[in-house]
Each structure stands twice: as C-alpha cells, then as structure tokens.
Design a protein around this ligand. Sequence first.
Ligand SMILES: [Zn+2]
Length: 269
Amino acid sequence: MSKDRSKLNLILVELGSLPFSLKPVVARLNRVQNYLRFGVGDPVPQIGDPDLDSYEYSFSKLSGLASLRRREQEDYVVGITSVPLEGDWFSTSLARSIVITTHDADRFMAEAGLPVEKYVELEIVSNLLASEYYLAGGQEHGLWHPSPMGCIFDFAGIKRDIIRKVREAKIERVCQSKMDIANVAKSLVQACQSILNQVRKTSLTDSAKIALKDPIAGFLLGGVIVSVFLEIIDQAYPLARLYSAVALAVVLIVFVLSIYYRQNRGSKQ
Ligand SMILES: [Zn+2]
C-alpha cells in the first residue's frame, strides 16, 4: 500500500520544551527533497511526570501525547522531546508513531561540535525507513544492528556511538539491500538519502559556531571587538585600531572557512 503513494506526510510535535525550534528543521527537510512533506504541529508543553522508574517516560505516554496533534492527512506523527525515553533509548517507533529524545544526544552533539538538529533529522530518517521496511513485510526491528558502522541503523547501545552515526550519516550496503529485497519504495529511499546528504554537510553557520568555541578564534574575536570599541571612543590614533580590527576579522573569517572546508571534505561520500 505504501508503495503506491506518491508522498508521505509527517507532522513533528514538540513535547515539553526543546532548546531549538522545529520550524527551520522542517523547512530544511522539505527543501532538500519532494517525496516527504513535513509540517509542525501545535506543541504539547505540559507532558506531566515520568510514568516509569528512573525518571523515564514510556513510549506509549509520549506517542499518545504527540498523537493528539495528528490530523487525518498525516501518515506519521513524530514526537520530539528532551526527557529520558523508556529503556534509555534515543528513539523508537511503532505503527507510524515515532518518538525521538535529545536527552544525552545533546551533550554528545555538543562535544562533537554538531548541531543537535542534525541528530533529530537523522533519527527521523532511520525510524521512518525502519517503519516502512516493517510495513513492506520486513522483519520487525530487522534493520537495526548492534555493531556500530556509522550507519543510520546503528543501535548505538554504547551511547557515544551516536557521534559517528550522525557524522557519517550513511546507509550501509547490507541494510540497503535488505530494503531493496523488501521493496521499500525507491523514491522514499532517495528522499531519505537527500536528507542524509544535508545532515553530512557542515553549514557555514555550523563552522562559525564550532570556531567560536575554539580559544584562538575567541581571542581573535575579542581583539576585533576591543579594537573597534577603542576606535570609537578614542579618535586620537586615526584608523590604526580599525585596521588592526579588520586584519583580525580577516584571520577569523579564514579560520571559520578552513573549518568549513575541512569538515565538508572529510564528509563527502
Ligand atoms: Zn546498517
């Protein structure tokens, strides 16, 4: 049935509060492909107390809350939260409901200098493909594997492995052929590949964010700001400080660009 569809509609729902906005995420997901249509549902700010031991929320509770926002035309509802999920998992899905948490992923992404939104985009793709694989007659959970290969179906039982998974954002050949055998729609897989290409790419803003965490770049930026400030309050040395500010700014820009090119060269497939 899913094979005959030309498009799948997905709605993203914020559960509790997230440290980023879902709107730019949805805009990016829609921009890079045409097969999947993403939208943002009304958020659910109050999610109540954890319903499991050790402060975890069950999948059924979170997916139930997200489903409140599902309308007739939506094929998938994706609840996105920052609270700990049942089993301490990063994400899970059942019957066209997906729940993704940024809990723990946020600090691993920060450590790797990656925006947490990339993690969210990757988890949407892996869960969507895993669900469609199952719906196409594949084995339940059949795509996930315990061995970390930088594949989007890495289980990441050792949570730090999530860094490699997001950085490489690829579909291993073994997993690709499982989807081929199950007849998962080609256009769906292509759309997901386009999203993954986007996940692998480092944007100029990402590079700038990474650079500004670097002590050298921080020092340069400080120099630029101080020079400009002194130039404004003290006109006794005409333009001398402004020139030094421009020189420091140029070095800073070169620094950011070098990170940008280095990261994108390393991530080309
Ligand atoms: Zn795989």
